[in-house]
Design a protein around this ligand. Structure first.
Ligand code: HAS
Length: 542
């Protein structure tokens, strides 16, 4: 990558790792508070810390890391960004940064203690909402750059296969742009007028529905970059090739089509939505599981093929041939392992009857610590080990590799303890998002205490893991010896087989995506708006 591109990407990484430090520290404080053995100092509230934790890790760290990584992967594989593309990306970056600082200031002032799912009826200061709007607009700028760069590659290389990583970045951003319209609408047309006092009431169900229209694809916005790494980079790290370029592209197309019309699986217990439409969206949720199953299949195939090349025998002989001592492999691999129970938990959540048992319990918190905080984050850590040195012109030394392995072990042990305790306590009815309470000496709730302690132990180990990660990042960014670190991009095993042309028919995929969204949301949205109490109907702004 050129110097100018490197600066752009590192700017994203600095914000991401600052967010990791702040957010994970708040995570530790939360688990300590919920254990009942620790009181937050200086009158700081539990929900304020919880909001910082969720917003800073779930929204800020992820968004900056993902955009930085995808810009890097696309530039590397397409031949670089031109001046205009870089300028637009910088504008996007600054909008996001200013927005983040505005929103963060409001949270720190306790004026926006509304959690990372900031839908009504919790209300924040208007500056918080405007900050978030700026972040979203910023991401649109950067997404636009990725669309343009991909289109330019196609124009300049007619008939050629487009780079897989660029293709995947385009799908990820398309999904993101279409989904974030929902949250932009609720923020601008419901939250802002309400926070400014222009209207007195707000349609809560509409705001929650628009949020979850965005909220589920948001989790795939976190996941897809991890899949980019698994499909296109992991094979190179183990010395193999991409199992099937077409299968990888098709998985991403399915994720684009089915990630959005499924938001109701977060609202299964909510009144005001016709059960028929909940049922439809539950079915669509089961459909969106399929591309993840395809990914699991593809990864097994990649590992096995490489293992056999190296002489592995038997069903699981390939396991012995993997580069276990390479942190660039170990971290994402453990991430994949975490995703097996994480995904199974997701299917439980999405099953209507079982959702009644786990909804709003700390089981759900356990689920997303397995998915986003383990599968995705361990993959992002694995990416950091080569991405940062390869763009800062430094090397990932043996000492840092050892620290990377230590970091993976700490994260794995901490997360196993914490998330198992969360799942278990959830099944005993322990609520999520709730500060410590003795529940007036109730005997059933007394059983939760030991699980809370286990979470504090897991949280403390994770905190250590975060510190080790920050040390590695700072080393790779500023202190590691100068040199050339590989940017590992795998080649396709069967180069001759070009992906079907229809995969690049963007009008078709956008059209089908919109059709599915209209099918899943039009009637329920009309119902929701029509059945709202007179004082809070629809977008009162108008
Ligand atoms: Fe989820 C709630 C359903 C995936 C994140 N989810 C959440 C929340 C978050 C979140 C943050 O239906 C909480 C939101 C809030 O604050 O309220 N989720 C699903 C389903 C999936 C799923 C069906 N979730 C994710 C991912 C996330 C994430 C991914 C983040 C990145 N989730 C739900 C539901 C709720 C929910 C309900 C609402 C609950 C409620 O009531 O509030 C699926 O996409 C999962 C499919 C995944 C698989 C796994 C495939 C496995 C792979 C690994 C292969 C391993 C290899 C290694 C190759 C089927 C690809 C092998 C090696 C060996 C040696 C074995």
């Amino acid at each position: 990558l050129s110097n100018k591109e490197s600066k752009l990407i590192m700017a994203h990484m600095y914000v991401a790792f600052t967010a990791l430090f702040v957010g994970a520290t708040c995570g530790l404080l939360q688990t300590l508070e919920r254990s009942g053995k620790f009181t937050l100092p200086a009158g700081i509230g539990y929900y304020q810390i919880l909001t910082v934790h969720g917003v800073v890790l779930g929204l800020v760290l992820t968004t900056f890391f993902i955009l930085g990584f995808m810009l890097a992967a696309q530039s590397k594989t397409t031949g670089g960004l031109n001046k205009t593309e870089r300028t637009v990306a910088w504008i996007g970056f600054w909008l996001m940064l200013v927005g983040t600082l505005a929103a963060a200031t409001m949270i720190l002032l306790n004026e926006a203690t509304v959690l990372f799912t900031f839908y009504a009826p919790l209300q924040a200061h208007v500056v918080f909402y405007l900050g978030l709007a700026l972040v979203i607009v910023g991401t649109w700028f950067e997404g636009f750059v990725m669309f343009k760069r991909h289109a330019r590659f196609r124009k300049e290389n007619p008939g050629e296969r487009t780079p897989l990583l660029s293709y995947m970045a385009v799908i990820t951003m398309l999904m993101w742009q279409i989904a974030s319209i929902g949250v932009a609408v609720t923020v601008l047309f419901q939250m802002v007028p309400w926070a400014l006092g222009w209207v007195e009431t707000i349609d809560v169900l509409l705001s929650r529905t628009l949020f979850w229209y965005f909220g589920h694809p948001l989790v795939y916005f976190w996941l897809l970059p991890a899949y980019m790494m698994w499909y296109a980079i992991m094979p190179k790290i183990i010395g193999g090739k991409i199992f099937s370029d077409s299968l990888a592209r098709f998985t991403f197309i399915l994720l684009l089509l089915f990630s959005i019309p499924v938001g109701f699986h977060h609202q299964l217990t909510e009144p005001g939505i016709d059960p028929f439409w909940k049922f439809i969206q539950v079915i669509l949720t089961m459909v969106v599981v399929i591309p993840s199953m395809m990914t699991a299949f593809s990864m097994f195939a990649t590992f096995e093929a490489r293992g056999r090349e190296l002489g592995a025998k038997g069903l699981f002989g390939w396991l012995k041939k993997m580069p276990w001592k390479d942190a660039r492999f170990l971290a994402p691999f453990i991430g994949m392992l975490f995703f097996i129970p994480g995904g199974a938990g997701g299917i439980i959540n999405a099953s209507n009857q079982m959702n009644q048992v786990v909804h709003n319990t700390i089981w759900v918190t356990g689920h997303f610590h397995l998915t986003v905080a383990s599968a995705v984050m361990l993959t992002f850590f694995g990416i950091t080990y080569w991405l940062v040195p390869s763009i800062t012109g430094r090397t990932f030394t043996k000492t840092m590799n050892k620290l990377g392995i230590l970091q993976t072990i700490l994260w794995t042990v901490g997360m196993l303890i914490m998330s198992t305790a969360m799942h278990w306590q959830g099944l005993l009815g322990g609520p999520r998002r709730s500060a410590y309470s003795e529940y007036v000496g109730n005997a059933d709730t007394a059983a939760w205490g030991s699980y809370q302690i286990a979470q504090a132990v897991g949280g403390s180990i994770l905190f250590l893991g975060m510190i080790v990660m920050i040390i590695i990042f700072v080393n790779l960014a500023f202190f590691a010896p100068k040199g050339k670190e590989e940017f590992p991009i795998a080649v396709v095993s069967n180069k001759a087989a070009l992906p079907p042309k229809v995969f690049e028919n963007w009008k078709l995929w956008i059209g089908v995506t919109l059709a599915l969204i209209l099918f899943a949301y039009t009637i329920p949205l009309i119902d929701i708006i029509q059945s709202a109490p007179p004082g809070a109907k629809g977008f009162k702004f108008w």
